[in-house]
Design a binder for this molecule. Structure first.
Ligand code: PLP
Length: 377
């Protein structure tokens, strides 16, 4: 029996293991100096002033929306083609989600659709860098600014990518990352919020740790005693431990190699599949340099399910990214109906994510290419 090939997988080497072991031998398992060191490095990779490390990409979105002041009565514009957390974390804060359709080639949020949906209730426009390919930030930023909204880039897929020569993390008002094992770098579970806006970063740091105020100069009851901390705004415990930040620091040192490996895998898929009929391959705009998180193919002629099932049956553990968010029963029960974002729905109906990760062996990739070719021959 041949081994199975996952759609995504972490790359952990001895340097990562040693970094974690060293953190475990230290005094701080959490809330220690490695958190700040990791935050500085994430900000450097992102080309941003500061970052706040949190426990997942979902926590990063929740924290970013809360720090941007999202609350009930606000609208948040979200692409229909994304993981549900891009929407659900804003829903949890009481916002009304307005789904925007996506561009037919990249699957990223369509700036024209956004411009048609913005109004004085729009608090945040959220863009997702689908598969690692940055969204059209230079068109989205003016659309958001025109109504005084914040532009959030959900860069769960795209740490390490650049847009017009600028790193993802330096483009939008606030950017969120995910460090789940299949992502471009991992801390096991983990995420981060990055921004140049110091007020937003301060609010995010507060939300991450219960909203606790420790500085007596900022407290309402500073004479209570040296132990005193007080809460002015609600928050949660979304703190990423030092042990996991140590893994993240080690992974950042390997990020350029990860990007090069993923780029090689991308080129090899294009070469191996470009002449296959009934298949659309991902495109890359000239002004971006993506760090590819996914390799999304689109199977035409209604054969997506058959191709998916046959690949899975051969141990090629492909995925589908993503069911349009408003198809989820939670959103359907709120009154959202199928048909509202036809480009995203079509994209979903054809999409399969082939295995894509830094350590994807060429033999395994050839097995995937041969399997797709023989199914569609
Ligand atoms: C686009 C997008 N946003 C947010 C998330 C949430 O990240 P996490 O799984 O780290 O909570 C994911 C994770 O798959 C994602 O793909």
């Amino acid at each position: 029996m041949t081994h199975s090939i996952p759609y995504g997988h972490q790359s952990i080497d001895d340097s990562d293991i040693e970094a974690v072991a060293e953190a475990l031998r230290g005094d701080w398992l959490t809330t220690g100096p490695t958190v700040a060191a990791f935050e500085r490095q994430i900000a450097a990779v992102a080309g941003a002033t500061d970052s706040v490390a949190v426990t997942s990409g979902t926590a990063a979105l929740h924290t970013a929306y809360a720090a941007a002041g999202v609350s009930s009565g606000d609208q948040v514009i979200v692409p229909a083609l994304t993981f549900a957390a891009t929407a659900s974390t804003a829903s949890l804060l009481g916002a009304e989600i307005v789904f925007a359709d996506v561009q037919e080639d990249t699957g990223n949020i369509d700036p024209d659709a956004v411009s048609a949906l913005t109004n004085e209730r729009t608090a945040v426009v959220a863009a997702v860098d689908f598969a690692g390919h940055p969204a059209e930030i230079d068109e989205l930023l003016p659309a958001a600014r025109a109504v005084g909204a914040v532009l959030l880039e959900d860069a769960a897929h795209s740490i390490g990518s650049t847009y017009r020569g600028r790193p993802v993390g330096s483009l939008a008002d606030v950017t969120t990352f995910s460090f789940f094992p299949t992502k471009n770098l991992t801390t096991t579970e983990g995420g981060a919020v990055v921004s140049d806006d110091s007020a937003l970063i301060t609010a995010a740091r507060s939300f991450r740790s219960h909203g606790l105020v420790r500085d007596p100069a900022l407290q309402r009851f500073p004479d209570e005693g040296a132990w005193h901390q007080e809460i002015h705004h609600l928050g949660l415990n979304y703190r990423l431990p030092d042990v996991l930040c140590a893994l993240g620091l080690s992974q950042i040192r390997r990020l350029a190699d990860f990007k090069a490996s993923r780029a090689r895998a991308f080129d090899r898929y294009i070469e191996g599949l470009q002449d296959v009929g009934g298949l659309r391959l991902p495109i890359k705009r000239d002004h971006v340099d993506p760090m590819w998180h996914l390799f999304p193919i689109r199977v035409q002629d209604g054969r997506r399910r058959e191709v998916f099932d046959r690949l899975r049956a051969q141990g090629i553990l492909v995925q589908v990214n993503y069911i349009p968010v408003y198809w989820h029963p939670y959103y359907e029960d709120l009154g959202y109906r199928r048909g509202q974002c036809p480009v995203a729905e079509r994209y979903y109906s054809e999409e399969i994510s082939l295995p894509m990760y830094a350590n994807l062996a060429t033999d395994d990739q050839d097995r995937v290419i041969d399997a797709v070719r023989s199914i569609l021959a």
